[in-house]
Design a protein around this ligand. Structure first.
Ligand SMILES: NC(=O)c1ccc[n+]([C@@H]2O[C@H](COP(=O)([O-])OP(=O)(O)OC[C@H]3O[C@@H](n4cnc5c(N)ncnc54)[C@H](OP(=O)(O)O)[C@@H]3O)[C@@H](O)[C@H]2O)c1
Length: 104
């Protein structure tokens, strides 16, 4: 499949395993360069080495409020552009969004 993504740049959060890892593999096969974000550096490094395109490993905890801006800045510094965010990292906590706290 050609999704016309070759040369574009994306940030994939939660890329170390599961759905995020599979998304990263598919987008790399489509020719995208990727910033790979999760806490598990070893898993991100292993994924990065296996991808068909250039990738940037960013081992970081997205619960820290400063992390998103750091990730975006590092991605722009490396690749000079940013076309896509796959905001996949996380774990489910059920409830009304507006009643959930930062700790949730
Ligand atoms: N699987 C399902 O059936 C399902 C259904 C509905 C929604 N979802 C949602 O889809 C997303 C992916 O699901 P999945 O099944 O692939 O989950 P998963 O296998 O548990 O993977 C979660 C990913 O998020 C990363 N992550 C978690 N907390 C993080 C943090 N604080 N900072 C940075 N990275 C963090 C994990 O990496 P590290 O642990 O290395 O940080 C991992 O790469 C999640 O948001 C989940 O809630 C999944």
């Amino acid at each position: 499949m050609d999704l016309h993504l070759a040369g574009k740049v994306g940030i994939i959060t939660g890329a170390s395993r599961g759905i995020g890892r599979a998304i990263a593999q598919i987008l790399s096969d489509e020719g995208m360069r990727l910033a790979l974000v999760a806490r598990s550096r070893d898993q991100l490094e292993e994924l990065s080495a296996s991808l068909a395109t250039e990738s940037l490993v960013q081992a970081a905890d997205l619960r820290a409020p400063e992390t998103p801006a750091i990730v975006v800045a590092a991605t722009l510094e490396r690749f000079g552009r940013l076309d896509l965010l796959v905001n996949n990292a996380g774990a489910t906590k059920r409830g009304d969004f507006f009643n959930l706290s930062d700790d949730d």
